[in-house]
Design a protein around this ligand. Structure first.
Ligand SMILES: [Mg+2]
Length: 265
C-alpha cells in the first residue's frame, strides 16, 4: 500500500519520548512505524534529551527492537558538540549534566576540564544537581565570561510516575545566578533542525518532523520551514492542538498510524 500523504518527503525527523517510547516502554506499533518510514526515506531521531550519548541511545533502542544506528541519532548533546565545534573550534568545556552529555562533548574532540579552566559551559538536564555543582558552575561561568550553551529548556521530562524537572530546571538555576544561556540548541531552536538537515542532506521542504509536543517539535519545525505531524501518544491530546496559533500539517493517533497513512480529521 502506498502512503500518498508522506510520498513527497525524502527524510523523517522523529522525536523519541512520546513517539517511539514512553516512560521506557515501546509505544505499540512504533518499531513497525520506523521500519516503514525507513522504506520511504532517511529516518533521523531528533531529540532534546541530553542525558545519554548517541551510542547509548542507539544501543538501548536497538535492544528494544528498533532498527536504529548511532548515526541516526541527533540528540541535543550531539547538537551542542557540533554547534560549538562549527562556530568556535575545539574547546575546553565544563559540563553540567549527566554522563551522556560529557561523553558526546568529548567524542566531538572538545576537552572536558575543571570549572576554573573552562572556555565554555554546556548545561543540560541533571538529576543529581545540587548546591556544590551550582557552586562549581558559578566558578566556571565567571572563568569563561558567561559563555554558556543550554542543550534545551524543556520544563519537564515525562516519566511513568508523572512529569519530573527537565533541563529547564538546570538552565533556570544558572540564569538565577545572573547567567542566562548564550545559546540554546535544542528544539524549537533552528540550530537543532539545521544540524539534522545537514546530516540528512535535505532541504526543509523535503522533510517531515514527527513529534508529540507542540511547543518544541511542531513550533520548531514551522520556524525551520519544515512540515510537521503530531502523534497523540505523548504529551498532547487532540483538543490541545487548536489552542495554539500554529498547527501541524498532519495529526495521527500514533507513529504506526501515520506511517500507514491513517490520519485524523
Ligand atoms: Mg516528545
Amino acid at each position: 500500500m502506498k502512503n500518498e500523504a508522506l510520498d513527497s518527503y525524502h527524510a523523517f525527523f522523529l522525536d523519541v519520548d512520546g513517539v517511539l517510547v514512553r516512560g521506557g516502554e515501546v509505544i505499540p506499533g512504533a518499531i513497525e512505524g520506523v521500519a516503514r518510514l525507513q522504506r520511504m526515506g532517511r529516518v533521523l531521531l531528533l531529540s532534546n534529551n541530553s542525558t545519554r550519548s548517541r551510542k547509548q541511545v542507539a544501543s538501548s533502542l536497538k535492544k528494544a527492537g528498533f532498527p536504529i544506528e548511532e548515526q541516526d541519532i541527533v540528540n541535543s548533546a550531539f547538537i551542542a558538540s557540533e554547534y560549538l565545534r562549527d562556530h568556535y573550534g575545539l574547546l575546553r568545556v565544563w559540563v553540567l549534566g549527566e554522563e551522556g552529555l560529557g561523553l558526546e562533548i568529548a567524542a566531538a574532540g572538545h576537552r572536558l576540564v575543571a570549572p576554573q579552566e573552562a572556555e565554555w559551559i554546556v548545561a543540560g538536564m541533571d538529576r543529581s544537581l545540587d548546591y556544590s555543582k551550582l557552586t562549581e558552575a558559578l566558578v566556571a561561568l565567571s572563568t569563561c565570561g558567561g559563555r554558556f550553551l543550554a542543550t534545551n529548556t524543556d520544563r519537564t521530562f515525562p516519566t511513568t510516575d508523572g512529569p519530573r524537572p527537565g533541563a529547564g530546571a538546570t538552565i533556570g538555576a544558572l540564569t538565577g545566578m545572573g547567567y542566562p544561556p548564550t545559546v540554546i540548541v535544542g528544539k524549537p531552536a533552528k540550530i537543532a533542525f539545521d544540524v539534522a538537515l545537514e546530516m540528512a542532506g535535505c532541504t526543509p521542504s523535503q522533510v517531515l518532523m514527527i513529534g508529540d509536543r507542540m511547543e518544541t517539535d511542531i513550533l520548531g519545525a514551522r520556524e525551520a520551514g519544515i512540515d510537521s505531524a503530531i502523534v497523540l501518544t505523548g504529551v498532547t491530546q487532540r483538543e490541545m492542538i487548536q489552542t495554539h496559533a500554529y498547527a501541524p500539517r498532519f495529526v495521527a493517533d500514533s507513529l504506526h498510524a501515520l506511517a500507514n497513512g491513517n490520519l485524523c480529521g
